[in-house]
Design a protein. Sequence first.
Length: 279
Amino acid sequence: MYKIAICDDDKNYREKIEKVIETEGILPKSEIRFYEYESGKELLKNADILHDLVFMDMRMPGLDGNKSVLKLREYNRAAILVFCSGYFEPTSDSINIGQPFRYIMKDLHDRSLKREIPAILSKVKLHCGDSSVTVTSAGRVIRIYTEDILYICLAKRGCSIYVARQGEIDEMHCKESLGDLYERLAGRGFEYAHNSYIVNLAKVEGLEKNVALLQMGIQLNVSRSRKGQFADALIMFLGERNGMYYLKNVKSNVKSMRRTEHFGKKNCHIFVWHHHYLI
């Protein structure tokens, strides 16, 4: 079910958005549920509903769109956000923290709305489902894009999730256990590098001896007991993602060599495991 929130004090415009979405046909009508809100305050009162898509009017009485967005991102970082207004008036905070996907200008014939809706709905269709995980943090259920997660480690009374956003690393505590999150992320490119943490394999840039090199300059030790499992999972992941041939029985004693080769127009990392090559 695609949960779409429309936060706008203009009832007619809310209905226009719904009509255009249904007419476009990208999302099946039977799988769409609309939530209408007349104000940012009303939207935030329904924080337990983790909307997949939020249309946010910038000018509303009381809590305006800019302020509502900042509050929204405290519990729902994964929702696709669309600003709507007859005026271009977002603040730097609402842009940097809210990270809107599109800005729709309200015009007389709704040209902007009709032009942008296909891309918006395609984005929603692509990113819903396996692209996010829900956790409980500070008493709230929040949704996080799996593609933003660097790694997850054990913490007191739960786990700490390290997320990369806008070139910075955010730490978020949740009450779920590491084992529970590992099971929920099964098949999505996450693997144990140590009994204390699981790593997003898409964020691994290389391996040097017993150290996994992640994006953002993060280095994590790979334990001896987990080394074989982690290495095999990484090779499988790279093979499936990059369309490479790989050997299934590669062992994990890493000789820590990484180099870059050109395949067509793309640069691909080649990991060398003893004398076995991914090519």
